[in-house]
Design a protein around this ligand. Sequence first.
Ligand code: GLY
Length: 351
Amino acid sequence: MKSVRVNAKSKAYTVYIANDLLKSAGSLISKITGVSKAAIITDDIVDALYSKQLEVSLKEAGFETIKYVFQNGESSKNTDNLVAILNFLAENRLSNQDMVFALGGGVVGDIAGFAAAIFMRGIKLVQIPTTLLAMVDSSVGGKTAVDLPFGKNLAGAFYQPELVICDTSTLSTLDNEQLSNGFSEILKYAFIRDFELLNRLKSNKTLELDGIIESCVKIKRDIVELDECDKGIRNILNFGHTFGHSIEKCSNFTISHGKAVAVGMAIMTKAGVKSGICERHCYDALISILQMYNLPTESIYGAQELYNAAISDKKRKGDKITLIIPEKIGKCILKTVPLSEMRTLLQLGLN
Ligand code: GLY
C-alpha cells in the first residue's frame, strides 16, 4: 500500500492508495478516530457499485452507518442538495463526534465535504474518492464547495479530511471518458511540476496507476503544505482551470471538467508561446499528449463568451486575475494581470 502524509496547517492526515482498500476502510479510520456514527454520502451510480462494501467494512469495525444518496452529476452540486444533506445529518442526530464519509467522485467529495465543514461548525470527514480525477486532485487539499447559478464552486470552505482512502480497484468501473477526465488533471501536474511524470504518461503501455496517483498527490501535498488557503503558490494548481471553468459554464456543465481543463491548458500554453513566455515545443508536447489521452485541444466557444464567464469566476480578484502560464514542461509561472490583458491573452490562445 502507498501512503502520502499531508501536513496541512489546519490538520495532518494520510492519503492511502491501494487496490481493494474499501474492505479495510473501517479498520483504517477506527484506528485514527475511534468508532461513532458514520454518514455515507454518495450518488446513485457509486451507491449501486460500492456502498455495500463500505457499509460492511464500517460495521465490522463497530460503526453505526446511515446513508444519503443523490442523483449523480454536477447539477446536484447545488445549495438545495447541500441543505438536504445537512437536514439528513440533523434528522439522524449526528453530533460532532460522528463522521461523514464522502464516497464518490469530485461532486460527492465537494458537496459532502462542504456539508461536513459547516454542520455543527465542522464534523469529521473521510474522503473516499472513486474516480481518477478525485483521487489525484479533488479529494486532497481540503477544497469543498457547491455551485451557485452564477458559477462553479462559488460557495465553499477549506476543510481537510481525517483520512483519504483511494481504492484503485474502483477505477475498473470507470468508462474511457471518466478516465480521460482524470488524465487531464494528471497532465496538469506533469506540466506544472514534473517532467518525468510526462515521460511516464507518454509510454502509457506500462502505466502503473497507483504510482501515478502517488506522484500527483505528492505534488499537491507539497503545494498545499506551503499554501493551504490558496493565497499564493496553490494558484498554480489552477493551470487550465480559469478558461476550463468558463468552458464548463458556457456548456451549462455538459462539457466535463477534465475536457474543459484540457482545452483551458491548451489556450493558456498557446497564449504563453505567442507572448514569448513559453517554449514552442512545450505547446506541441501538450497537444500531442492531450490527443493521446483522447482529450480535446480547441474551444468551441469564442473569446467574448469565455471572457464573460471568466470574470464571474472566483479566481478574479477585483479587476485583476492570476493566470498560470507554462514556461517549459514542469515549470509554470503565476502572472497577475488586469482583466483587459487577460482578454488579450485569451484571444492569443484561441487564434
Ligand atoms: N484543484 C485545485 C486545488 O485544490 O487547489
